[in-house]
Design a protein around this ligand. Structure first.
Ligand code: AMP
Length: 272
């Protein structure tokens, strides 16, 4: 595995590569990231993983400074998984003064996550667009865990005529159901137990839907009852185009939760 810091060096290497799978990450890699990486290694001649804790997608007061950074462990994980190039650019190389901006769409980029973290998706599309220009991937791998992000990246690819195949990857969970996240390290054992209510509420929703309950109001109410001990930001049910719906249609629905557990903000969802 080659470790590349400079954009210029990466571009030089890229010239000689044909098929490239790309996994953009913010590091502190876990089995969720690993599932994307392993899939890319399987499906592409070469795999590039980037690690960049992107400052523009954090809002003032969020956890940018304390976001976990584990470069040495990340290197080992990538090496063992068969990654060809680990790219970790610096903030100063990526961003410029008074630069040209790519923005998230005004509607779908400012609901749900974008409503509670206004501007977050501006930073996401800005960085992913830059990384795509540098890496020029054949395929890029994104987790369904960040469902709205995945939707917006697909939109960006379409709107900017990117010739990149976006590969959605299933959510990886711990044995107890908690969706893996770099932020789970913030949770005390007690908080982690309470955090399980999130996946529990989604499981309950899936069960209700399976039993024929298709109105979103009933499903949301049941979920909110389960989630009562948490500081819930939103429970919403959308179709795959991220439009709010009154009726659940199997094969076209995503149920999303965002909640704080002892000050740690967690998101999770289920695709039905
Ligand atoms: P991050 O490092 O949090 O920016 O995540 C990098 C990529 O890994 C994103 O596409 C995430 O959606 C994906 N990811 C994070 N957690 C999981 C998970 N538990 N299961 C599947 N994909 C994940």
């Amino acid at each position: 595995m080659e470790i590349i810091k400079s954009i210029k060096d990466f571009k030089k290497v890229r010239k000689d590569l044909k098929e490239v799978g790309f996994v953009p990450t913010m590091g502190a890699l876990h089995k969720g990231h690993l599932s994307l990486i392993e899939r890319s290694v399987k499906e592409n001649e070469h795999t590039v993983v980037s690690i960049f804790v992107n400052p523009t997608q954090f809002l003032p007061g969020e956890d940018l400074d304390k976001y976990p950074r584990k470069l040495e462990a990340d290197k080992k994980i990538c090496e063992l998984a068969g990654v060809d190039y680990l790219f970790f650019p610096t903030k100063d190389d990526i961003y410029f003064e008074d630069e040209v901006l790519v923005k998230a769409p005004k509607q779908s980029g400012y609901i749900l996550e974008g409503h509670f973290r206004p501007g977050h998706f501006d930073g996401v599309v800005q960085i992913v667009n830059k990384l795509f220009h540098i890496v020029n991937p054949t395929r890029a791998y994104f987790g369904k865990k960040d469902a709205q992000q995945l939707f917006l990246i697909n939109k960006m690819v379409k709107n900017f005529f990117w010739d990149v195949e976006i590969v959605p990857c299933d959510i990886v969970r711990d044995g107890d159901g908690l969706a893996l996240s770099s932020r789970n390290v913030y949770l005390s054992p007690e908080a982690r137990q309470r955090a399980l209510l999130i996946s529990k509420s989604l499981k309950r929703a899936a069960k209700l839907v399976q039993s024929g309950v298709l109105d979103t109001k009933t499903v949301k109410e049941e979920m909110l009852t389960i989630l009562k001990p948490l500081d819930v930001e939103y429970v919403e049910i959308v179709d795959r185009e991220f439009k709010l719906t009154d009726n659940i249609i199997l094969g076209n629905t995503i149920i999303l939760v965002a909640a704080y557990v002892d000050g740690t903000r967690l998101i999770d969802n289920i695709w039905l």
